[in-house]
Design a protein around this ligand. Sequence first.
Ligand SMILES: Cc1cc2nc3c(=O)[nH]c(=O)nc-3n(C[C@H](O)[C@H](O)[C@H](O)COP(=O)(O)OP(=O)(O)OC[C@H]3O[C@@H](n4cnc5c(N)ncnc54)[C@H](O)[C@@H]3O)c2cc1C
Ligand code: FES
Length: 1221
Amino acid sequence: MISKYDRKLQKVNHFAINACLAPVCAMHGLSVTTVEGIGSTKTKLHPVQERMAKAHGSQCGFCTPGIVMSMYTLLRNHPKPTMKDLEIAFQGNLCRCTGYRPIIEGYKTFTVDWEIMQNATALANGNGVACGMGDKCCKLQNGCKEYDKNEDEALFKPREFVPNDPTQEPIFPPELKLYDTLDKQNLVFKGKYVKWYRPTQLDELLELKQKHPDAKIVVGNTEIGVEVKFKHLEYPIRIQPTLVSEMTDVVLSEHGIKIGAALSLQNVEDFLREQISIQPKYKTRIFTATVQMLHWFAGRQIRNVAAIGGNVMTGSPISDLNQIFVASKTELELQSKRNGCRKVIMNANFFTGYRQNIVNKDEVLISITIPFTKENQYFYAYKQARRRDDDTAIVNSAVNVEFENHSDIIKSIHLAFGGMAPTTVTAPKTSKLLTGKPWNRETLDLAYKSIIEDLPLPPSAPGGMIQFRRALTLSFFFRAFLAISEELQRTLPEIKIEEKDLSAITGFLDKIPKSSQYFQVLPTQEKINTIGQPILHASAFKQATGEAVYCDDIPPMINELYMGFVLSAKAHANILSIDPSEALQMEGVHAFFSAKDLPEDRNKIGKTDDEVVFVAKTVTSQGQILGVVIADDQAKAQKAARTVKVTYEELQPFIISIDDAINHKSYFTGFNNPKVIEKGDVDKVFETAPHIVEGESRNGAQEHFYLETQCVLVVPKNEDDELEVFCSTQYPTSMSKLISHALNIPQNRVITKVKRIGGGFGGKEHRSAIVAIPAALAASRLKRPIRCMLDRDEDILMTGGRHPFYVKYKAAFNDDGRILGCETYLYNNGGYANDLSEFVMERAVFHFENTYKIPNVRVVGYVCKTNLPSNVAMRGFGAPQSMLASEFMVRRIAEYLNKDIVDVCRLNLYRDGDITHYNQKLEYCPIERCWDECMVSSNFYTRQKEVDKYNRENRWKKRGISIVPTKYGIGFSRIHLNQAGALIHIYTDGSVLLTHGGAEMGQGLHTKMLQIASTVLGIPISKIYISETSTDKVPNTSPTAASFSSDINGMAVMNACEIINQRLEPYKKVNPKGKWEEWISAAYFDRVSLSTTGFYKSPCSGYDWKTNSGDVYLYYTCGVACSEVEIDCLTGDHQVLRTDIVMDVGESMNPAIDVGQIEGAFMQGYGMYMLEELLYGPDGTIYTRGPGAYKLPGFNNIPLEFNVSFLKGAPNPRAVYSSKV
Ligand SMILES: Cc1cc2nc3c(=O)[nH]c(=O)nc-3n(C[C@H](O)[C@H](O)[C@H](O)COP(=O)(O)OP(=O)(O)OC[C@H]3O[C@@H](n4cnc5c(N)ncnc54)[C@H](O)[C@@H]3O)c2cc1C
Ligand code: FES
């Protein structure tokens, strides 16, 4: 948060900003507050931090400080915000773990809306202050029911929150308020590479620009910052104009409002809003359209700093303001020292090419005048992006129409579009054609044809989606047509629009999000037993205060160096040469390592031939590692890495998609590929079955987008080859093993440690190795600590994601819709290395039938080898992709038979005791109960009728409701991985140090292990501490994956604690009323070991592919979700209105954590199916290498109503404390 004193208004303003885009020079004279500055676990938590933690809004915690600071800033500006304020404040924040619901629930308690609801609840309960309206009081109408919950069944108790007291906030530094010295300084900062000027007068600015015509004018740095970091552009002279009054003033004239070009978008919005509230409505139609557009422009953090002038001057073809300014013929004031002032109208001629315009190099944009509208003039602007909040437009448009007085005859019309060409463009032919025509359907038809001609888009246009973009231009015009017709019909009765059409111009529902969580807290007699209680994530407070230490937070070591990567730029090529000589001559560069530095048999990721550490001869994907540069710091290492010259000889073919792989028969070898399971007599069923359908399903790749990218710090011990590896990994044992293999040192010298990781989702199971091994090599050779944390673009390029799948199915069924047999072929895109692709395919093959019983099965899974980054484990591990196909299949069957989908699904559901196609008996697998409960809790049939009614009444918005079951096998299909260890030390003061084999990545694993240890030992959690996961404490661990870690590690922890209990038994007998510390002391003095290991192996028999027998999984967990969605038929946009989930988690060990996992997983699945898409070019280039292009679900994507309930009375005797997952 930055705070600034506004001397005109004598007010301190606070702004949440993106730290990574804030140049330190621009902070001069401002006060900067970070999450550490507002509260701490050592002193006092700020209520914003406390509520985040107590509402279970922090899982891995990597996003938490950012969200805390957005909320804190909001409260500093508005101590009683509304829910709308909250929504806007979080537009620029992302979380990959939580599903946002708990954050909203926790922070809702700061809002006026919540206070109103609280009062309503009190009124309803008869203990509030009644208003004159009695039971018709609006507070009572507005949802008091939601808050009338039994707090014992709630995940958190708002009444325990510390009240927010704005008077306790730190004061704004008085010296910044009292003296304007810092504001008035004409500054020059001189760095080695950049000179930063901050003039205070326009003359000085113009003189500087004349002297340095290539200088950049920096205001928000939201374009320049991105260009410097990611496009590696160098701008040696930068000028900050924010103190030049002509560029920040706002002046009202009779024509419109003149806005200084350096004014932030937020300030622009505030000024326009003020004018909208005081001017006659008709005059401010362009202002209204601009304000509405600004709501969808980036996030609040960007709008707080980005300037209106920066947007115009950047001239992006998808700028969200330029189409408004072009359509409205906004006036720009330009000035230069040489030619003085000139005014230009922003029209089609303003932009001369991609991000180019008519402004001379020595000119500065001083102001922008947005005109008032006339009474008979209308203005509308629209934008469609992949994600509504904080996303750049696919297409945007503005329509400016003036009518002849008191008529519907078009006097003039101007249209402008973004996203349809390399610049913002107009539709000149359409404007000419429509002028003089009446505003009616015939004119609309003419407009459609003409717009299509005005806006040709070649099939190869950058950005793709050609048909969709062209359709959007028409949809937007139609929307403007209806919106203007609606306004005109008030004065011109001959203009009529049908009620049904109105849905084209109404937005989606704008309701306060609601949620509920139903779970059972099991009664307990024991005071200590926390099993089943919604206790807090063990690190929640530390995460909310910024004290939690992630890998890159480890303070720099003496002598530490940084590692930068040289990556392959080709998808398939021979490497002719790699020349690091220029890099090695650069200041601060210490070494370059490549394949030459490892013997061939050590240059491997593990012992297989699947993947090498450094590619030496032939690259088979972009992003493969050719070498690493070791330098003093990140900037030097990355800059030097960019100078390493690599020459290639391109090879053919480029196999990118699954279709390419099928055409080239490009499948991995070295294992049974394809994976085949056959049960029953499929061929016979297809000969005799009454009905057969065929179909296919496809899904693209999904990026893990853990908020903490891959990170490692390797510290050489300089004795006996010892290495200490701090790594953000889900699989510490594997890191040690792979490093030990590459460096040819015993595994006992490589100790890998993980304190916590900022999200993994499968992406840090094996892929952490590609960063850890080169760092370990450099550390051992240079005998200096080596650090590396990937930038987001590197991470996306190097590490792969969820496998795309292509599935072809053929199903046989009877007249009722009962499935008799199925033949399914699955293909996944493994990328260049098999890695885990084989196992992902195994799970896909085991889950292809989802929850449906199919007696005769042939399922075949091919793992495709392509020239893409290696795709790896990701949450669900192949199951979500193949289960999708089975859902398509049952729906296809229902459609074919003209039956209700719900009936066909229900008919085919597995029953407890049924046998799967891989011959495992389903036990404790209550799919039918989950289904039936979800049908009831979602009120399915009633809502289905309401949906039908809505669809009959609305032409352009449609709703749909659907219910989907899932079943998921728990455990590793590789039998040896189903084991875990724990280590417990008890010290003489009674404190307990617990270690187990799992890594904490936000899923609350440590918290559950603490609950188990505390319950078994009978001591409070506060006496037990988990410091880290480390291979020197618990060896030979399995990856923290497969939804199995709390089961196996929990049993190992339980085993260790029971051993300790046995040892303490004699001392408890002697002193039954004694305290824990007394028993420990007695045992110690009696020379009893107070340290032990624990171990567990699951009783699974394992699966035999040859005989199709044996148990693959220890147990199953299942769940059913019902979602209702609204779709905008004009744009394809959608909103999830409500989701109800019934999940079987056995007897939940910690409902808060389990609800959080369910909600987070739902949102990740929603992202996978609805929003996220990794896009590749035909040459294997990934186009979506960061949050600008790859869209995760945001706060605004969660279902408006989100209900999660646990299936009651479904204990799981196969796992720790009868829980599941
Ligand atoms: C996360 C993120 C989200 C974004 N979302 C959107 C979005 O939804 N819609 C959208 O349209 N844009 C978006 N942008 C782009 C960007 O925020 C805007 O273009 C913004 O208005 C740029 O303003 P700035 O002050 O930050 O520009 P800066 O980066 O400071 O400058 C940008 C350029 O303009 C030139 N310039 C600036 N002012 C002047 C002047 N007065 N005279 C001459 N030249 C000048 C500079 O020299 C520089 O070349 C986004 C950017 C980011 C990082
Ligand atoms: S808790 Fe938000 S990203 Fe992990």
